[in-house]
Design a binder for this molecule. Structure first.
Ligand SMILES: Nc1ncnc2c1ncn2[C@@H]1O[C@H](COP(=O)(O)OP(=O)(O)OP(=O)(O)O)[C@@H](O)[C@H]1O
Length: 644
């Protein structure tokens, strides 16, 4: 596993490079979106076939990308910050002169002139602060967008094995939350600089008048720093602890408001049940949040008392000075004002210290997440397939267990798939067909010596090259809220000739009477909803549009009417293709069309061969086929009642 020595380096650089990732993210330095190619392939940086830039060296480029488009605003903000500090410290000087002038009352005109000057300064500072806020909001939006883009491009797992777990979902949620809070931190660095300048200016200003006072102020504000640091740590731990609960709440709420769940809510009268669950999660969340807030408030109150004590101490020292005539009233008033600003700046510095703590924790969380779930180590030594397209895929005594399961799901599976072969996987529910199909497609982590593409061990190959040659319809394929053409091509610049070719060969896969620019689904206004079968047909068309060497369909035709299904398979087999087809189905009537039938049971292959051979052998497949044919006949001729 890649070890990040960076953990010991200065926080900022360190944290960003820790999350700083991959050049192969598909997001180039200029920030342009990757231009989609002819075929659907994963986003790969061709200039860097290794794909993985060790995290340590990627820090600078990460910062550059996060801060992209904000440099000018940063410059302006820094200038405004300095100007505001200058103006406010100048105001304090005027206040001192004004007070001394009032006490002495040497001239009647001077106090009014000084007041006018003070007002002008105050208006100037107020205007600058507003502009500063406006600019800061702009930077925040920019950084947030850059961070979102970076996060999206860095979440690119090489395999799906560890991502199909509840734990992954939780961790991903924490990472998303952490990334969101990073934008505030980037702004903080600017504000820290301004606050440090402000503290420095006021320290000198006060020091010149009452030399020991700045030290007293520093000392009295120290506990605030410790408090902020502790609170940030506790808040982060609380967030991590409660993500699962927050996720459950959102999930249940989505269920309540999801249009597709309304029918079930009506028919099964399940709304009260779901609402009950939601209410419980909500109440628990509130209880935990309130109890955390209570503890935080108690702590804050303690520190607020310390702050009052600090202010009173400063006042006391100054009053003693006035009483003993060691300072003037003007000095008293101006130092009180300066001390107030200095304390406020120290407070905000303390708050930033808390944010830095949060950043440090975020860093270790994100680093851990990316190391565990995303690209691991260098892929430099990995290679592509010698011939580009795989001609044989071989499974040798393949065994596979899901991370959170004790028993293996796939055991001792040996199978050879040649280019152009069509294989149908059959077996009872849960026997491991989908898992095997994903293993064949290279989507799961496996030990070496079990899966070979053209004789090369899968673990020695760059998986992204494998994925370029695989097309798939999974059981939980996505219904995209795009136009029909986009759903098939998944591109802004599709290969129209290829699209037309697929449309010409398989016209029945495209919804009749709908323009291909028509947006489908329920998520966009004016979109057209499709039937289950129509969605499935689009998913099939998408898998055919990609000219892949290996096509895997996991119950991809389950929602198709039998006639269309048969026609599709016949059309597909008729094509003179070097493509391998791996199909999972429970509709055994299509099995005779395939060159090989593979029968699975409890994670093992128990029979394989041509349909006729297996029927003749009279084993498990024969029994399954007979049962299926009988069932088919019954549904076809309505013989259930006659049989009774
Ligand atoms: N992501 C996962 N994590 C843990 N276990 C899983 C996961 N996916 C599937 N399984 C388990 O692996 C076993 C095989 O599942 P698989 O989906 O491969 O079966 P299948 O033969 O395709 O079933 P079906 O015909 O119902 O689709 C099941 O016991 C299932 O619970």
């Amino acid at each position: 596993m890649h070890r990040h020595a960076a953990l010991d380096e200065p926080i900022f650089e360190n944290a960003v490079f820790a999350i700083g990732i991959l050049r192969g993210s598909g997001w180039n330095d200029s920030g342009d979106a990757p231009v989609p190619g002819r075929r659907i392939v994963p986003a790969i940086d061709r200039a860097d076939p290794s794909g993985f830039v060790p995290v340590m060296t990627a820090g600078r480029s990460f910062n550059k990308q996060v801060l992209q488009g904000t440099w000018k605003s940063y410059g302006i903000l820094a200038a405004i910050g300095l100007l505001v500090t200058a103006l406010t410290s100048y105001q304090i000087g005027i206040t001192k002169r004004l007070t001394d002038e009032l006490v002495a009352l040497a001239s009647e005109r001077t106090p009014f002139l000084l007041l006018a000057e003070l007002c002008a300064m105050m208006i100037g500072a107020a205007l600058l602060r507003q502009y500063q806020q406006y600019r800061q909001n702009g930077i925040q939006l920019h950084i947030q967008a850059n961070l979102d883009r970076l996060l999206a491009s860095s979440i690119e797992p090489v395999t799906i094995t560890r991502t199909e777990t509840p734990r992954f979902k939780n961790e991903l949620n924490i990472v998303r939350f952490s990334f969101q809070s990073l934008s505030g931190l980037y702004l903080s660095f600017m504000q820290i600089t301004i606050a440090v300048i402000s503290v420095g200016t006021y320290t000198i200003l006060i020091f010149k008048q009452v030399w020991y006072l700045p030290f007293v102020i520093f000392l009295l504000n120290a506990p605030k720093w410790l408090q902020e640091k502790r609170m940030a740590r506790d808040r982060f731990a609380f967030t991590v602890r409660t993500t699962e609960l927050v996720r459950e709440k959102t999930l249940l709420q989505d269920l309540l408001f999801n249009p597709s769940s309304f029918a079930e809510q009506l028919v099964f009268a399940s709304k009260a049940f779901i609402m009950g669950r939601w209410g419980k999660a909500y109440a628990e969340g509130m209880k935990q949040e309130q109890s955390f807030n209570r503890r935080e408030s108690v702590r804050k109150t303690g520190y607020a008392c310390i702050a009052v004590f600090a202010q009173a101490t400063v006042q006391l020292l100054l009053i003693v000075g006035v009483v003993r005539h060691s300072i003037t009233i003007g000095t008293y008033v101006s130092v009180i004002a300066a001390a107030g600003v200095m304390e406020a700046s120290l407070m905000s510095l303390a708050a930033y210290a808390g944010q830095l703590q949060h950043f440090k924790l975020t860093k270790s969380k994100v680093t851990g997440f990316l190391t565990e779930y995303m690209r691991e180590g260098s892929t430099k030594e990995l290679k592509g397939l010698p011939g580009g397209k795989p001609r044989t895929i071989e499974l040798k005594d393949l065994a596979f267990a899901y991370p959170d399961r004790e028993r293996p799901t796939i055991r001792q599976v040996s199978l050879r798939i040649r280019a152009g072969e069509s294989i149908v996987l059959v077996g009872e529910n849960g026997c491991g067909k989908s898992t095997l199909a994903k293993l064949i497609a290279g989507l799961h982590e496996v030990d070496s010596g079990m899966i070979f593409y053209d004789g090369e061990d899968l673990n020695q190959l760059d998986r992204r090259r494998i994925y370029e040659e695989v097309s798939m319809v999974t059981q939980d394929y996505v219904n995209y809220p795009f136009s029909i053409r986009e759903c098939v091509t998944m591109s802004d610049v599709p290969d129209i000739a290829r699209y037309e070719e697929v449309r010409g060969k398989y016209p029945y896969l495209f919804p009749e009477g709908l323009n291909e620019d028509r947006v489908v689904g329920l998520d966009r206004s004016g979109a057209t909803q499709l039937s289950g079968g129509q969605w499935q047909k689009l998913a099939i068309a998408r898998s055919l549009y990609k000219e892949a060497a290996v096509v895997v369909w996991d119950e991809a035709t389950s929602a198709l009417d039998p006639e269309t299904e048969r026609r599709l398979f016949l059309d597909l087999m008729r094509e003179d293709q070097a493509r391998s087809l791996i199909v999972i189905t429970h509709r055994l009537n299509v099995c005779p069309l395939f060159s090989k039938v593979v029968v699975m049971q409890e994670g093992r292959i128990v029979e394989q061969g041509r349909h006729e051979e297996l029927v003749q052998a009279g084993g498990k497949y024969r029994r399954m086929f007979d049962a299926y044919s009988m069932e088919e006949a019954r549904t076809q001729y309505g013989s259930v009642s006659t049989a009774v």
